[in-house]
Design a protein around this ligand. Sequence first.
Ligand code: HEC
Length: 239
Amino acid sequence: MLAVGTGVGVALLLLGGIFVVVAGGTLLLRGRGRGPERGPDIPRAMRPGPADAALETPLLQKLQGWGVVLVAFMAIWIPFNWLREPSVNLQQEREQEQAKIERGHEEILYFSEENQLGVGCIRCHGPELRGGVLQLGANPDGSPKYIHPANLTTVCARLTVDQIRSTIEQGRTTLGMPSWSIKYQGALDDQQIDDLVQYLVFINRDTVPFDQNKCINPDLANPSASPSASPSASPSGGK
Ligand code: HEC
């Protein structure tokens, strides 16, 4: 996919528009200039051509001149783009990551007219996702049933990125965490889940030290290297 920012897109459109206007104008003017001096209507192939002297040296030099100009342009343009490409790609990737985090933040908030992405994780996990206690229905004996939505600002100390993703996708329905992925009768598509995961990893960066952070520390993320991590992303998310 061609990933360009709106600014670049608008600039490209403008350039394209200018090109079309200039090219069209040139063609029109050329056609007009030639009209009157054409004389009798002789078929193109039978009109007298330019003299040899006019054809040879000047025309050759003109063509060679253009050749040199174009080769010089390519010799600069291609390496310039080639050298710039890694940093351009990196910057686009960073911008997309930043956009994911921003969308993820909107998703955890309540739905509203201004925030149409919101699904309200904060309803259970607390206004700053620091966890909480919530009454949900009642036990068979009639006493109120409480659930304990986890503190998500420290979730990277417990789960790897894959485990966070599968927990959000599948939920822990017996414990009160709904499933969110459309694959599990939830409301969110893969993109939205990915935004949420990125956002959680982002807010855990500062709260969970690197040597305990299973989201960003590759040694901990690899289950075989960490005895405390569950062997796989099981439906219970390793809890
Ligand atoms: C209806 C209440 C409720 C809502 C809404 C909810 N959760 Fe949860 N969530 C829970 C409960 C309860 C748990 C803890 C389950 C357990 O004890 O294992 C949990 C656990 C989790 C966990 C695992 C945490 C851990 O440390 O094991 C993640 C990740 C999570 N929720 C993410 C989300 C996200 C993202 C959203 C919003 C899309 C969300 N939750 C919305 C109730 C909820």
